[in-house]
Design a protein around this ligand. Structure first.
Ligand code: GTR
Length: 414
């Protein structure tokens, strides 16, 4: 076991001894009152989509930036994209695989990330789903030796978090259904370890030197991963083969949290999909079920801005909750998915959060989930807001991918 791994395991174990026991009993969920997405800070009630966009949405955005995910820098960095490798005969000639190096320059520093794209040859203007991977681009292709090492691979084995439930990469299904998948290893943007901030894209920005991470609203790892998703969108929207009106962002678990924050900020993502994103993602923080704020901010301090920790034990005083993060995606299409055995993520809390986001969708004349009854297993709801819960554990399965493609078909229809 690596030293870092051991230290972190001890820290998580010690934390679990001191943390209040997590609740997995629905009858012990304490009553809670959610903040109203449609009431502005000055008490004004929002009744139109225009009011939402002009007044309330910026307020909600500001809360998530200043209190949870940290402030995304406004400056632009120079980005160069180089096609390193291309195979136009993948999957028996059905698909093209492209490997693109993204090279960023800013604040006297440079930073590289490696993007992998698989796209169908038969489609002229292809909708694209961007989805970060946990273990490197090669892993998503069964360790195909033609896949270039991802940019962070040289120190990858020193990073203590190594994710097991990294799921199925159903490239062929996507290609057959006319979709391109773009992916990149999330460590390429911020290695997933609090000690590796110096190796992250933070260094590309003025003012992001030593000590800045102490600011209460300092940019978090989730914030940086979301930023990386937008840099991929910058590239995709310039590709002649890509249908820039039809870009989706999808993510699993911590990368589901990331997909939501990316989709909240970047309106180029027309479909935003959270696969089992749980605490700090889709699920309601106020519902005491599954993972708690104390546990997540203790185990993964770098995922959120430092100020977020102030809400530990004071969840009911938070001026926002995660249904409002989901509402930031409106009027674009939003899909939240849970798994039955993934109680850590609080499937019911994910469902209720998506339900409550519906209020904002109604301002645009769209249907939200529009039922407070959580559907049974494998009974997806597919309105402008979608939801499913499937049997099984915390993972991304073929069932999940198939529903996401169905949902994209519905919302990307010409
Ligand atoms: C867990 C964390 C969850 C979830 C998960 C993951 O350890 O507690 O919030 O994000 O990691 O990303 O797999």
């Amino acid at each position: 076991m690596k030293r870092n791994t051991l230290c972190m395991a001890i820290a998580v174990w010690a934390l679990s001894l001191s943390a209040p026991a997590q609740n997995f009993d629905e009858s012990k969920v304490a009553p809670y009152q959610l903040p109203d997405p449609l009431t502005c800070t000055d008490g004004t009630k929002v009744t139109t989509s225009r009011q939402w966009e002009k007044k309330r949405r910026p307020e909600v955005m500001e809360m998530f930036q200043s209190l949870m995910y940290g402030r995304t820098p406004k400056e632009k960095v120079k980005a160069e994209y180089t096609l390193m490798k291309e195979d136009t005969h993948w999957l028996g000639g059905k698909a093209t695989v492209q490997q693109v190096k993204m090279h960023f320059t800013g604040n006297g520093s440079t930073h590289d990330a490696m993007l992998l794209i698989v796209r169908p040859n038969a489609v002229k203007k292809t909708p694209v789903i961007f989805c970060y991977n946990f273990q490197g681009n090669a892993q998503t292709m069964g360790y195909d030796s033609s896949i270039l090492p991802h940019a962070s691979s040289s120190f990858y084995d020193q990073i203590w978090v190594n994710h097991d439930g990294c799921g199925v990469w159903d490239y062929e299904r996507a290609v057959d259904r006319g979709y391109a998948i773009a992916t990149m290893c999330y460590h390429d943007i911020h290695p997933d370890d609090p000690e590796y901030r110096g190796q992250s894209v933070a260094k590309l920005f003025a003012g992001y030197e030593e000590g800045e991470q102490m600011r209460s609203d300092a940019w978090s790892a989730i914030g940086m991963w979301a930023w990386g998703a937008s840099r991929v969108a910058d590239y995709l929207e310039k590709q002649p083969w890509a249908d820039k009106r039809h870009l989706a962002v999808m993510g699993h678990s911590r990368l589901g949290k990331t997909a939501l924050w990316a989709g909240a900020q970047d309106t180029r993502f027309g479909v935003v999909i959270s696969n089992e994103s749980g605490c700090g993602g889709a699920t309601l923080t106020r519902r005491n079920f599954g993972e708690t704020l104390e546990i997540i901010t203790g185990a993964f301090p770098h995922w959120f801005c430092p100020g977020f920790r102030n809400f530990v034990g004071k969840e009911h005083q938070m001026p926002f909750d995660q249904h409002e993060l989901l509402a930031l995606v409106a009027p674009r299409a939003l899909y939240v998915a849970s798994a039955e055995q993934d109680q850590w993520c609080d499937p019911k809390g994910e469902f209720l959060s998506a339900y409550h986001a519906g209020e904002v969708y109604h301002l645009y004349g769209y249907q939200g989930l529009d039922t407070t009854e959580q559907p049974g297993l494998h009974q997806p709801i597919m309105h402008r807001v979608g939801y499913h819960i499937r049997a099984g554990i915390h993972d991304v399965t073929c069932y999940d991918w198939s529903r996401y493609l169905d949902f994209c078909d519905r919302h990307f229809a010409p």
